[in-house]
Design a protein around this ligand. Structure first.
Ligand code: FAD
Length: 431
C-alpha cells in the first residue's frame, strides 16, 4: 500500500500516525517543532498539552469519560499513554505533562512504520494526507488550507458564546418566539425587567475575566466584542444589541419586556442552545455565576463555556465527510481542533478516526463511520451536520447523542444508559 503523510504531531496528528502505522501502513509524520514553534508550545515533544494538564472527566458519567473508554478500546496511543502517566486528580484524568508527551513521542517515533520529518509544511502535499496542524497552524500552511477550502472555509478567531443543555432550561420562565414573529418561532426568549437587567449588567461588568495570552491581545480587539465589554460601554448599550426587546413581546402578557436574552438552537436534535451574542472572555466559574442570573437559566448546565481565543478552524459542515475526508479531495483528511472539535481528547479522537480512514484508503478498504450513538461518532456527525452559518467548535457532550427511546428523568441513570448504549454500539461496529 502507499504511505500516508501526517502533518503535525500534536494530539490529533500523533494519534493519526499511530493508528495508520498500527494498521500496517507507512507514515511520514511532519512536525515543525523544534525548527519552528507556535505561540503556545514550549517543548519539542509530540502531543504537548499547551495549557491545562487535565484531560477532563474519566468516568462513564460524562461524555468525555465515555469518549476516553471508546478510545481505549480502539487502542488510542494518547489515552493509553495518559493512563500510564496519570497523576491524582479526583474524577478527572490528569497527567504529568512532560512524561505524557515524552512517552507518546517515544512510542510514535519508535514505531517501525513511522518516519518523522522535522520541517514546516507550507503546501498540501500530493498523496494520502492527514492535516492535523492544530489551532495554531503556521501561517504559510494556514494560507494553503484557506486557498484549498475557499475563502469562507477557514476562520482565524474563535469567539464563542456559552452552550446550554435544553433539558436544564426552566421552560416556565422562557417563551418561544422569533423577533416580530418572522418565520418559524425559533428562539427561546428569557425576559428581564429593569431591576433584573441592572443587577445582571452590574454582575457582568464586575465579573472576573480570563487573562489574555500575549499573542491573543491584538486579535482580541479585531474580533467581535465580548458581552462584558459591550456592557461596560454604557448602561443601555446591550439594550440596543443582543438584549434588544423590540418585536419580542411576551405572549403570556403581550407586553414587551425591558430586556430579552435569546437562546438559539445549536444542534439538529434541539438538545443544545447557545446564548445569542454572548461571546465572552469571563472566567468559566464567573460565566456560570453571572449567566445563571438570567431568568430560566438558574439551573443551566453548560456544555461549553464561551471563549475568545486564536483558533484556526474550518467550516466542517460544508467541507468534510464524516470520515474526516475533504469533500474536495478524497485523499486529504483533516483532524484535530481545526475541524471544529474542541479539546485535547476530542482532537485526539478525531485524529484516531481520520487515521483509521487514511489507512483504509491506503489499503483500498471501505471507510469506517462510527455510529452516532458512540461519542466518537457523535462528534464526527456534529461537525459535518451542524448549521454551517453559526458553526463553532464543540466539546464532547451527551447532547450530541441521539435521544434515548424513552425519557429517563434521573440524570445519573440517563447518562449511564447513554454510556452503555455507546459502548455497545462501538462493540457492534465492524471495521
Ligand atoms: P496541536 O496539539 O496544536 O498540534 C498541532 C501540531 O502541528 C503542533 O505540534 C504544531 O507544532 C504542528 N504544526 C503547525 N503548523 C505546522 C506546519 N505548517 N508544518 C508542520 N507542523 C505544524 N484544550 C483542552 O482540552 N484543555 C486546555 O486546557 C486547552 N488549552 C488551550 C490553550 C490554547 C492557547 C489553545 C490554542 C488551545 C487550547 N486547547 C485546550 C484546545 C485544544 O485541545 C488544543 O489546542 C489541542 O492541542 C489541539 O490538538 P491538535 O492536534 O488539533 O493541535
Amino acid at each position: 500500500s502507499q504511505s500516508v503523510n501526517v502533518i503535525g504531531a500534536g494530539l490529533a496528528g500523533s494519534e493519526a500516525a499511530w493508528q495508520i502505522a498500527q494498521a500496517g501502513v507507512a507514515v511520514n509524520l511532519y512536525e515543525m517543532r523544534p525548527v519552528k514553534s507556535t505561540e503556545a508550545h514550549h517543548t519539542e515533544n509530540f502531543a504537548e498539552l499547551v495549557c491545562s494538564n487535565s484531560l477532563r472527566g474519566n468516568s462513564l458519567a460524562n461524555a468525555v469519560g465515555v469518549l476516553k473508554e471508546e478510545m481505549r478500546r480502539l487502542n488510542s496511543v494518547v489515552i493509553t499513554s495518559a493512563d500510564e502517566t496519570a497523576v491524582p486528580a479526583g474524577g478527572a484524568l490528569a497527567v504529568d505533562r512532560d512524561i505524557f508527551s515524552a512517552l507518546i513521542t517515544k512510542k510514535v517515533k519508535e514505531h517501525p512504520l513511522v518516519t518523522v520529518i522535522h520541517e514546516e509544511v507550507t503546501e498540501i502535499p500530493e498523496g494520502i494526507t492527514v492535516i492535523a496542524s492544530g489551532p495554531l497552524t503556521s501561517s504559510a500552511l494556514a494560507q494553503a488550507i484557506q486557498d484549498f477550502n475557499g475563502s469562507e472555509g477557514f476562520y482565524f478567531y474563535d469567539a464563542a458564546a456559552p452552550i446550554i443543555e435544553k433539558s436544564s432550561i426552566d421552560m416556565n420562565k422562557v417563551y418561544l418566539k422569533s423577533r416580530y414573529d418572522k418565520g418559524e418561532a425559533a428562539y427561546l426568549n428569557c425576559p428581564m425587567n429593569k431591576e433584573e437587567f441592572e443587577a445582571f449588567r452590574d454582575a457582568l461588568i464586575t465579573a472576573e475575566v480570563a487573562p489574555l495570552k500575549e499573542f491573543e491581545k491584538e486579535k482580541y480587539f479585531e474580533g467581535c466584542m465580548p458581552i462584558e465589554v459591550m456592557a461596560a460601554r454604557g448602561p443601555k448599550t446591550m439594550l440596543f444589541g443582543p438584549m434588544k426587546p423590540v418585536g419580542l413581546e411576551d405572549p403570556k402578557t403581550d407586553k414587551r419586556p425591558y430586556a430579552v436574552i435569546q437562546l438559539r438552537q445549536d444542534n439538529a436534535a434541539a438538545s443544545l442552545y447557545n446564548i445569542v451574542g454572548f461571546q465572552t472572555h469571563l472566567k468559566w466559574g464567573e460565566q456560570k455565576r453571572v449567566f445563571q442570573m438570567i431568568p430560566g437559566l438558574e439551573n443551566a448546565e453548560f456544555v461549553r463555556y464561551g471563549v475568545m481565543h486564536r483558533n484556526s478552524f474550518m467550516n466542517s459542515p460544508e467541507l468534510l465527510e464524516q470520515t474526516y475526508a475533504s469533500k474536495k479531495r478524497s485523499d486529504v483528511f483533516f483532524a484535530g481542533q481545526m475541524t471544529g472539535v474542541e479539546g485535547y481528547v476530542e482532537s485526539a479522537a478525531s485524529g484516531l478516526v481520520a487515521g483509521l480512514n487514511a489507512a483504509k484508503l491506503a489499503k483500498a478498504e471501505d471507510p469506517v463511520i462510527f455510529p452516532q450513538e458512540t461519542v466518537i461518532g457523535s462528534m464526527a456527525y456534529y461537525i459535518t451536520h451542524a448549521a454551517g452559518k453559526h458553526f463553532q467548535p464543540m466539546n464532547a457532550n451527551f447532547g450530541l447523542l441521539p435521544e434515548l427511546p424513552e425519557r429517563i428523568k434521573d440524570k445519573k441513570l440517563r447518562y449511564e444508559t447513554l454510556a452503555n448504549r455507546a459502548l455497545t454500539a462501538l462493540a457492534d461496529t465492524s471495521f
